[in-house]
Design a protein around this ligand. Structure first.
Ligand SMILES: [Zn+2]
Length: 161
């Protein structure tokens, strides 16, 4: 059953719908993924922007309670944006760009392929440098749920093979 479900999910391009159960829901539910883990996968791997708001609300709930609710959401949204866009915007992660007829190191990312999220970028979203530790906490929540979803999914798939 899991093979058919995964094949169906892949055939559908991991498309998702908030109105009805989809193969993606069945794969993640079968794997025992958390609600946040499922939303993160919908957002990043199925390119479903509808998962952004509920995922940011759940991440915000896991940040320190002494913060105002809107500040927790602001931090969670910025962390989600950065997590979803890890590649350099100039070379798209290739680390090199064409200059004339040669490939040269990308100067935007200094050849790392990674997007550099500046303080200005963050401040435009309302996240000040003083909030950096809280942004780190939000990244930790995202990483834990992303990894947990991957681990439980792979464990279930291994048992079925
Ligand atoms: Zn680059």
């Amino acid at each position: 059953m899991i093979r058919e479900t995964v094949a169906s999910a892949l055939d559908s391009g991991l498309k998702d719908s908030p109105e009805r159960e989809t193969p993606l829901d069945r794969v993640t539910a079968f794997a025992g993924a958390s609600r946040l883990g499922t939303l993160l996968w919908r957002l990043k791997y199925a390119n479903d922007p509808r998962a952004f708001k509920p995922a940011s609300l759940l991440i915000g709930k896991k940040l320190p309670r002494n913060l105002h609710g809107s500040m927790r959401i602001t931090i969670a949204q910025r962390a989600l944006k950065e997590w979803c866009m890890p590649m350099c915007e100039t070379c798209n992660g290739a680390k090199e760009v064409m200059r004339g007829d040669k490939m040269v190191e990308c100067k935007t990312c200094n050849g790392t392929g990674k997007r550099r999220h500046t303080e200005v970028d963050r401040m435009l979203d309302g996240v000040t440098p003083r909030m950096a530790p809280l942004l780190g906490a939000a990244f930790q929540v995202i990483r834990e749920h992303d990894v947990d979803t991957a681990v439980v999914t792979l464990q279930r798939l291994d048992r079925c093979s």
